[in-house]
Write a protein that binds this ligand. Structure first.
Ligand code: ZN
Length: 432
């Protein structure tokens, strides 16, 4: 969704954010909400006072966002020129260089990288599924990300219809699952909720497949029209290599295989996943900062992940939001006003492998977390901003957010949920 004229660029600055006002609770503070109430009070003072920098800032920031902007060109370079950028890959290194340069062009000259270690790098080899018998058809498939490689020459096995991969499916298969390559059926993915349902369901299926002695899993693609997608198989990842070789088979091909199995055909397949696995390796977040004028040691974090998977160019997930964090820095810097607190702009790596970059960030900056008044994370695609997920902090809505978002009332940024989004970089700020 590379839509970016300057107007949509600004709107994107508020798009479906998983806001996670920092939830860390410092021991000496008896009331964990006190800091937020203080913040709310200061926001009110800002918007009520004509002479406050806050009151001056909003229209200037909006004007900058609505004016000519390099956002579209920045996003084009990140997606069309660099393209998909797996954590730990050379493309991801180029993306980090892009981010440092983009922040500097935006006027933030302290942009730098912060290193951390990932356990594994991974890239796909020439994934191939061959139907050995009966005479087959070309099967379109890609490896699951961070799937182990198969041995040279691949692995052979009977293809077994494992249904939905539920416990009753494994009970039905019994010993047939041992040594088999399992075909797991799926529903078409239609909503964001479906995505999380899949993330929650898959780890159990893999555990059952390992226990049953299966050799590999073929997942029916969840997108129609032969569209292939790549991701890891579930939540709770930590950058480890998956436990079984796994591939995603184009939905229509997988359905054909399932029909053949349903017609009592015995299907023998060879699965070749010559994935390249390395590491441990050094990876990096990109960090830039506008220093606060009154409380430079208190922080507001604006973040998005810069890494992506690599079948596409990572424009929606999450290039558009990485570019908008840079644009937000530019729009604020251009006002010539200094914020009360420091605003820190962070582009994380390793998000897709289990939020490894944000985890590294909160560990590196642990001592600052009690002075971090908000962490606002952008990672749910593009489009008009509708509101924020508040990470359990519904108390923020009336006081802090409605005041802060008052200049945007006419754009309808008014949907707030109490949800704590689990699948992106806000989680580490919630946990820590
Ligand atoms: Zn994302």
């Amino acid at each position: 969704m590379v839509r970016r004229n300057s107007l949509s660029g600004f709107l994107a600055a508020f798009f479906v954010a998983a806001i996670s006002a920092s939830a860390q609770i410092s021991a000496p503070e008896p009331d964990p909400l006190a800091r937020m109430r203080q913040a709310a009070a200061s926001v009110q003072a800002c918007s009520a006072s004509e002479i406050s920098a806050c009151a001056q800032a909003a229209p200037k920031i909006i004007a900058n966002a609505l004016g000519a902007s390099p956002l579209a060109e920045n996003l084009r370079r990140l997606t069309d020129e660099i393209g998909g950028r797996l954590t730990g890959s050379p493309a991801m290194g180029k993306a980090a260089d892009w981010a440092v340069a983009a922040f500097r062009d935006a006027g933030i000259d302290n942009a730098h990288t912060e290193k951390f270690t990932i356990p594994h790098t991974w890239s796909e080899g020439a994934t191939h599924i061959q139907i050995l018998s009966p005479s087959g058809f070309p099967v379109h498939a890609v490896s699951v990300a961070w799937s182990p490689a198969t041995p040279p020459g691949g692995i052979e096995g009977d293809l077994v219809d494992a249904g939905d991969g539920a416990p009753e499916d494994f009970a039905r298969m019994g010993p047939d699952a041992r040594g088999a390559i399992l075909l797991i059926r799926t529903d078409v993915l239609r909503s964001f909720g479906d995505l999380f349902a899949e993330d929650l369901r898959n780890p159990g299926i893999i555990e059952r497949a390992v226990s049953a002695g299966a050799r590999a899993i073929l997942w029916m693609g969840t997108r129609e029209g032969m569209l292939l997608s790549r991701h890891l198989t579930g939540l709770g990842q930590d950058g480890s290599i998956e436990k079984l070789p796994q591939a995603i088979v184009a939905r229509e091909d997988a359905q054909r295989l399932a029909r053949d199995l349903g017609a009592e055909q015995r299907i023998r397949v060879r699965l070749d996943l010559p994935n390249r696995i390395g590491g441990p390796a050094e990876e990096q977040n990109v960090v830039a900062e506008i220093r606060g004028r009154e409380r430079p040691n208190e922080f507001i974090v604006l973040g998005a992940h810069l890494d992506s998977f690599d079948l596409g160019t990572g424009a929606l997930d999450n290039g558009c939001n990485a570019a908008l964090v840079v644009e937000a820095a530019r729009d604020i810097h251009l006002t010539g006003l200094l914020p009360k607190r420091s605003i820190r702009f962070v582009l994380f790596s390793g998000e897709e492998e289990g939020m490894l970059g944000s985890w590294a960030y909160v560990r590196t900056h642990r001592e600052e977390l009690d002075r971090t008044d908000a962490a606002i994370i952008f990672d749910e695609g593009s489009g008009r901003v509708s509101g924020f997920s508040l990470g359990g902090r519904l108390d923020l809505q009336p006081e802090v957010l409605q005041q802060a978002l008052a200049p945007l009332n006419s754009w309808g940024v008014n949907r707030f949920t109490e949800d704590a989004v689990l699948g992106t970089d806000n989680l580490d700020f919630l946990l820590e």
